[in-house]
Design a protein around this ligand. Structure first.
Ligand SMILES: C[S@@+](CC[C@H](N)C(=O)[O-])C[C@H]1O[C@@H](n2cnc3c(N)ncnc32)[C@H](O)[C@@H]1O
Length: 241
C-alpha cells in the first residue's frame, strides 16, 4: 500500500516483463509479480468501474459472468442485496496470479455465490450454457481477439441479457457519433498503453453498438496518477436481442 506500492507499480509499468507464446501466458507473465499491488494503483487509474457495477440490472436467480475479472474487486462494488440476488457470479481470467487474489477476496468476504475460473473470455462456458449478465471491465483492451470475446459473450447471453463494458479507448478520426478526440490523444494514448500490452481501439464502441442494443453509453476522460493528462474511457450497457 501507499508510496512503496505505487513505486513498485510504476517500475513494473515502465519495465513490464511480458513473455510467452500465447496471450494467456503473456498475461500471467505480466501480472505474476504485480497482482499484489494491482488494486491500490488501479483504484485511481481505472475509472467508471463502480458506476458500471451500479448500473447492472437486477436478475434474481441469474448468472453474472465477469470476463477478465482480475482480482475480483468489482464485485465489492455491487451492493450486498444485489450481489446476493444472483444465483451465481463467475470471475473468469487467464492469469492464475490475479485469480489467486480474487479467490482470497471471495473467501475473506464470505461470498458464497461467487466462484473463480481460470479460462479465456473467448472460450469459457457456464455449466448451464447461458449467462444473464456479462461484464468486461478494462479487459477488452488486454485481449488481442477482443471482437471474438464480444461475440462469445453475445453467444452466451440469453435473449434480453445484458453486456456491460468499461474501458480505455480512442475515438475514430471521423466518428459517426459521440466524442471526437484530438489527434494527439488518438496517437499518444494507444502508443503509451501498448507498452503494457493494453491496446486502445477506436472500434470497441462501434462494434458493441453493432452487436447489441445500446441502453446507455457514456464517454469521458479520466485522470492518470502522477501525469498531467487525461485518458478517454467509455461505459457501454447493451442488451442482446
Ligand atoms: C486490467 S485487468 C482488469 C481486471 C478487472 N476487470 C478490473 O476491472 O480491475 C485485465 C484482466 O484481463 C485478463 N485477461 C486478459 N486477456 C484475457 C482473456 N483472453 N480471457 C480472460 N481474461 C483475460 C488479465 O489477466 C487481467 O486480469
Amino acid at each position: 500500500m501507499g508510496l512503496r506500492s505505487d513505486l513498485r507499480t510504476i517500475r513494473h509499468m515502465a519495465f513490464p516483463r511480458v513473455a510467452g507464446e500465447t496471450p494467456a501466458e503473456r498475461m500471467e507473465s505480466y501480472y505474476r509479480a504485480a497482482a499484489g499491488d494491482y488494486d491500490a494503483f488501479r483504484e485511481r487509474l481505472l475509472h467508471g468501474r463502480r458506476e458500471l457495477m451500479g448500473l447492472l440490472p437486477s436478475v434474481p436467480g441469474g448468472h453474472l459472468v465477469e470476463m477478465g475479472a482480475g482480482t475480483g474487486s468489482n464485485i465489492a462494488h455491487l451492493d450486498e442485496r444485489h450481489r446476493k440476488e444472483f444465483r451465481a457470479i463467475t470471475l473468469v481470467d487467464v492469469s492464475a496470479s490475479m485469480l489467486d487474489v480474487a479467490r482470497r477476496r471471495v473467501e475473506r468476504s464470505g461470498w458464497d455465490n461467487v466462484e473463480t475460473v481460470l479460462a479465456s473470455a473467448t472460450d469459457y462456458r457456464p455449466r448451464d450454457g447461458r449467462a444473464d449478465v456479462v461484464v468486461f471491465s478494462y479487459a477488452l483492451t488486454m485481449m488481442p481477439d477482443w471482437f471474438a470475446a464480444v461475440d462469445h459473450a453475445r453467444a452466451l447471453l440469453r435473449p434480453g441479457g445484458t453486456i456491460a463494458v468499461c474501458d480505455f479507448y480512442v475515438s475514430r478520426k471521423h466518428p459517426a457519433r459521440g466524442a471526437r478526440h484530438a489527434a494527439w490523444r488518438r496517437h499518444l494514448w494507444p502508443a503509451w498503453f501498448s507498452h503494457n500490452d493494453v491496446f486502445l481501439s477506436p472500434d470497441h464502441l462501434p462494434y458493441l453498438r453493432a452487436r447489441f442494443t445500446a441502453a446507455r453509453v457514456r464517454e469521458s476522460l479520466s485522470p492518470v496518477p502522477y501525469l498531467p493528462a487525461r485518458v478517454p474511457y467509455y461505459l457501454f450497457i447493451g442488451t442482446r436481442d
